[in-house]
Design a protein around this ligand. Structure first.
Ligand SMILES: *[C@@H]1O[C@H](CO)[C@@H](O)[C@H](O)[C@H]1NC(C)=O
Ligand SMILES: *[C@@H]1O[C@H](CO)[C@@H](O)[C@H](O)[C@H]1NC(C)=O
Length: 225
């Protein structure tokens, strides 16, 4: 099946599985991204989503996650089963946003598998920066005659050449996706634990509020084992 067919079929399934209570389930598309519980668009009724899972839809094309202290990120993908959201910097330099201080306070999100990295600004072109096994060149922060590299903090047994060429900028936690990529450019993954819809999602159920007022979630439909 083509992706759009799968998406439309999923929406069809959600509507047909919708139980006859007044609890709302409100799947909606923004571009090709299906937005549904625990997320909602900020134009939908509040009970469509879990508190603090609001997204906006920019130009009817891109869902935007706005973190209260760190600003807006473009949503690349939401994995409802594993409860991950892949986001990227609209200006394609996620490391810059993280260096500015990615603050997840007041959000339901955590970095996925964070690891401490130390950033260095090296006064030379990238070609002459000493090659270290785990050093990542951050090309979106590098210029013609300086290069920014990130090195796992626990591997900071620096060769002398690096310490004379480079000055330390900052120590930050990078989430898995960024630290994994050879040139961490655009995006990274956040994860959430509450509400926990993993089991429901893995059984193709519809995760939703149990009643009209509380924040307890339950599962409707789906298969049992
Ligand atoms: C790196 O250092 C150079 C000067 O050596 C400076 O012009 C540049 O702005 C610095 N880059 C960053 C990302 O701090
Ligand atoms: C709805 O659920 C909450 C718990 O999440 C409970 O405290 C409340 O009494 C329930 N309300 C109704 C009308 O059942």
């Amino acid at each position: 099946m083509a992706l759009t067919e799968i998406v439309f079929f999923s929406i069809f399934l959600m509507f047909t599985l919708q139980p006859s209570t007044s609890v709302e389930v409100c799947p909606v598309l923004c571009g090709t991204q299906l937005i549904r519980f625990p997320f909602r668009l900020n134009t939908q009724p509040g009970r469509c989503g879990y508190p603090r899972f609001d997204l906006s839809c920019k130009n009817e094309a891109h869902a935007i996650l706005t973190l209260p202290f760190s600003g807006g990120f473009t949503v690349v993908n939401i994995d409802y089963t594993f409860q991950n959201i892949w986001i990227e910097d609209p200006d394609s330099c996620a490391p810059r946003r993280i260096l500015q201080g990615l603050n997840l306070a007041g959000t339901p999100f955590d970095l996925l598998e964070p690891r401490s990295y130390t950033f260095f600004n090296c006064s030379s072109a990238s070609s002459t920066v000493p090659k270290l096994a785990e050093a990542k060149l951050i090309s979106c922060l590098s210029g013609k005659d300086f290069s920014v590299v990130a090195i796992p903090t626990e591997r900071l047994d620096l060769p002398a050449s690096l310490s004379t060429l480079c000055s330390e900028m900052a120590k930050v936690l990078l989430p898995l996706s960024l630290s994994d990529w050879s040139d961490p450019g655009d995006g990274f993954i956040l994860t959430w634990n509450e509400p926990d819809c993993k089991l429901c999602e893995s059984r193709a159920g519809t995760c939703m509020f149990k009643n009209d007022t509380g924040t307890d979630v339950g599962c409707s439909g789906g298969f049992n084992d």
